[in-house]
Design a protein around this ligand. Structure first.
Ligand code: PHB
Length: 390
């Protein structure tokens, strides 16, 4: 795939810089095709903006090599091998699907190549399968869904029907939601998992939800599946009597306008909304909007923060795989999402979670923040972090 040389200083200032040998080679391992292609593109846009915003703070230059995972675990593993063995990258950034993260974990850990996870929420990657080489700058599936179970029970919702695609992320998100919802006194009255990347017609599942006696439906869907699900939910006439809740990828700003009015009133939880009110977010939203003409999504901020953490590691003197792995997990900063830090026990991010409702705004849908839930470190989930040797 295409190689591009990004001289950090040149990007930040717009000045030509003398040709220099790249200091760090970064493998971007993202889906550029398949059901999560738009997510991969959005992460890359955010990453490039992050390098443009922060890259000038270091003399280090970054060479980027892109590979397409196609959202297919075996393909992704082949691409990870190529980046590590052939391209000899110093660090990888990316991975959108929890299934792909599970597939590349042993390769990353065994080769000792740091991976900055820029999306995939797979709880195991910062749990029983944790690694000092895997640092998550996005979220974990438990982190988003656990607080939402408690919050919904506190709103007086008693009976919920759940739906999600049948793969690691869908299973983990619904499991963590169900655990906290039932612990707070709620009841799960029905649950279905839909074939991942294959379900076009959600009608039979929606009929089940309607007949279940639930007060509300809670789901995880993302990308193309989220667009069709939200539209079908609305055209099935369910929204008025059976309110729709979920993890916020369901109504991501990336594709909420493709859902249109069908998304209005849907309430979800997420680690980012472009309407969060803080100075770092104002700067990020302005830069992203100037570049793309639209508001950034959670995927964009994950790419942006992944670039920032990489720059911070370079500033701390990291020059190779081992020193990068060491530096990445020590970074903390106040960014567009609020205060971020990496939990040394698991290498997972610690960050606030926001509950937001999708509402009509000026000419487009927007995100009304209903609650900010406190930042909590995930439980270790069996992680026994191996110390780095240097
Ligand atoms: C995941 O597979 O972990 C995943 C994919 C898409 C999302 C969130 C999580 O929007």
């Amino acid at each position: 795939m295409k190689r591009s040389l990004l001289a950090a200083l040149g990007l930040a200032t717009g000045l030509a810089v003398p040709a220099a040998a790249e200091d760090l080679t970064v493998g971007l391992l993202l889906p550029f095709s398949g059901v999560y292609a738009s997510l991969g593109n959005e992460i890359e846009t955010g990453f490039n903006l992050g390098l443009a915003a922060f890259g000038g703070e270091t003399e280090t230059t970054f060479e980027i090599v892109r590979e397409d995972t196609e959202v297919k675990p075996p393909v992704a593993l082949g691409k990870a091998k190529k980046l590590i063995l052939q391209e000899k990258v110093d660090v990888m950034v990316g991975v959108v699907s929890s299934g792909v993260l599970g597939a590349v974990r042993d390769m990353v850990h065994g080769a000792g190549v740091p991976l900055i996870v820029a999306n995939a929420g797979n709880d195991e990657a910062t749990g029983a399968a944790c690694s000092p080489y895997i640092t998550r700058m996005s979220f974990s599936n438990g982190q988003i869904n656990r607080p939402m179970g408690t919050w919904m029970a506190e709103q007086g919702i008693e009976k919920v029907f759940t739906l999600a695609p049948d793969y690691a992320a869908g299973r983990q998100m619904i499991d963590r939601f169900s655990q906290s919802f039932t612990a707070a006194g709620g009841e799960i009255v029905g649950q279905e998992f839909t074939p991942f990347q294959k379900t076009q017609d959600f009608g039979p599942y929606l009929a089940q939800a309607k007949a279940s006696g639930a007060d509300a439906v809670y789901v995880f869907y993302a990308g193309g599946e989220a667009i069709s699900f939200v539209k079908q939910y609305d055209s099935f006439g369910l929204k008025a009597d059976l309110p729709l809740y979920g993890s916020g990828f369901l109504t991501s700003p990336l594709y909420v306008n493709a859902q249109g009015e069908a998304a209005e009133g849907v309430i979800t939880a997420l680690h980012y909304a472009p309407t969060i009110d803080n100075p770092a977010n104002a700067a990020f939203v302005a830069a992203f909007t100037a570049e793309t003409g639209r508001a950034p999504s959670e995927f964009a901020v994950q790419g942006y923060d992944a670039a920032r953490v990489l720059v911070e590691a370079a500033k701390a003197g990291a020059t190779d795989r081992a020193s990068l792995a060491h530096a990445l997990r020590q970074v903390s900063f106040e960014g567009p999402r609020g205060k971020l830090a990496i939990d040394p026990a698991t290498n997972n991010i610690i960050q606030p979670v926001y509950v937001y409702e999708t509402v009509a705004g000026e000419g487009a849908l927007t995100q009304k923040v209903l609650a900010q839930l406190p930042a909590e470190a995930d439980p270790a989930n069996g992680c026994e972090m191996v110390p780095l040797s240097n």
